[in-house]
Design a protein around this ligand. Structure first.
Ligand code: NAD
Length: 355
């Protein structure tokens, strides 16, 4: 199996955290091939576009993509807005690479329970939000103003095949976890949700090894706060997934810890994916050695699990992160009394040494 990884470090703290993630991957296996390309503000500075064709070509030839983060105040006023890093690089990367399945795990770590807004006593959380990423109300047309601007229109469209393919990825991921899917919709009101529920129900009949239930999105938002331990895989459409994944991730306590994957169709038995931390380029701390590399390191664990079918390697990385945190090492964003401070590089070194 080839394991070619396109590395798009990006802007701000991107290069710092990506460097530590590569260090960890090299400790797992020395046969990964890394090829680097510019993206975001760095690419705009270099050649006037945040997503050069050469970068896109490199991603298409790779088996997986590792992305840092893009953007920063320097690029906020670029005209036209389509050339700004987030709009001109992130959105086209998702659509050009057909990354329709966004996977966001959220897991509480005992050593950091004091940083969770829900604190102890609410049960452990270890769930994945599986969000449809390229359809629904964020993409469908028309999106416009009428009546001289006083009426606004957004459109929500889902097609059967879009629901089928994201549900297929959710069944695969549920099988690697605890075999349970809660499909979240608003089927009491929305037609797109009724189609969603119909398709997922049909697929549940064909995949009876996975337990499938349905929940309305308002109830799910409430249940996540009441008892997040009840969920394994939450499968949902674009806008609901956007909101629920942010809610779930903050229950864990820190932005610097959260990985994510965006997956495409399986090709020759391998799932192509783009792996990145949930956080942005953090310009306020860039270049100071303060960034927490854990979210990016945990994104490489997802890469091993989903694109390279190396669950053992993924577990080794996840255990190494937990061990280093249990031993009391902390970057500034997760610092608490009695713990030892670490720079970005020191945190990466400690996790790599654990492996
Ligand atoms: P941000 O996630 O970059 O930062 C929010 C806060 O969290 C900051 O105080 C930052 O210092 C802190 N933080 C973030 N990651 C951290 C880490 N790994 N370790 C320690 N602290 C960390 O969000 P923002 O400030 O709203 O956005 C900054 C830039 O990033 C903007 O240009 C935004 O558009 C861009 N952005 C990019 C992505 C992406 O590339 N996927 C995602 C979100 C934001």
């Amino acid at each position: 199996m080839t394991r070619k990884i396109a590395v798009l470090a990006g802007d701000g703290i991107g290069p710092e955290v990506v460097g530590e993630a590569i260090k960890v991957l090299n400790r797992i296996d020395t046969s990964f091939e890394f090829e680097h390309a510019l993206v975001g503000g760095a690419a705009y500075d270099d050649g006037g576009h945040p997503l050069p064709q050469s970068t896109l070509d490199l991603c298409r030839k790779a088996d997986a993509v590792l992305l840092g983060a893009v953007g920063g105040p320097k690029y906020d006023k670029i005209q036209p807005p389509e050339l700004r890093p987030e709009v001109g690089a992130l959105l086209p990367l998702r659509s050009e690479l057909n990354l329709y399945a966004n996977v966001r795990p959220a897991k509480t770590i005992d050593a950091l329970s004091s940083s969770s807004p829900l604190r102890e006593g609410r049960g452990k959380m270890d769930l994945v939000v599986m969000r449809e990423l390229t359809g629904g109300i964020y993409f469908a047309k028309p999106r416009e103003r009428r009546d001289g601007g006083d009426t606004a229109v957004d459109t929500c469209i889902y097609r059967r095949h879009e629901v089928v393919r994201i549900a297929e990825r959710a069944f695969e991921i549920a099988r690697q976890r605890r075999n349970e899917i809660v499909s979240v919709d608003k089927a009491n009101v929305l037609e797109t949700s009724r189609l969603w529920r119909e398709v997922v129900t049909e697929m549940a009949g064909q995949n009876q090894d996975v337990k499938v239930s349905h929940m309305l999105v308002d109830n799910c938002a409430m249940q996540l706060v009441r008892d997040p331990s009840q969920f394994d895989v939450i499968l949902t459409e674009n806008m609901f997934g956007d909101i629920l994944s942010d809610e779930a991730s903050m229950i864990t306590g820190s932005l610097g810890l959260l990985p994510s994957a965006s997956l495409s169709d399986p090709k020759d038995g391998q799932v192509f994916g783009l792996y990145e931390p949930v956080h942005g380029s953090a310009p306020d701390i860039a270049g100071q050695g303060k960034a927490n590399p854990i979210a990016t390191i945990l994104s490489t664990a997802m890469m091993l699990r989903y694109s390279f079918k190396d669950n053992e390697g993924a577990l080794r990385i996840e255990r190494a992160v937990e061990q280093v945190l249990n031993e009391g090492l902390r970057t500034a964003d997760i610092m608490s009394d009695g713990c030892r401070p670490a720079s970005t590089i020191e945190m990466g070194d400690a996790i790599a040494d654990c492996l």
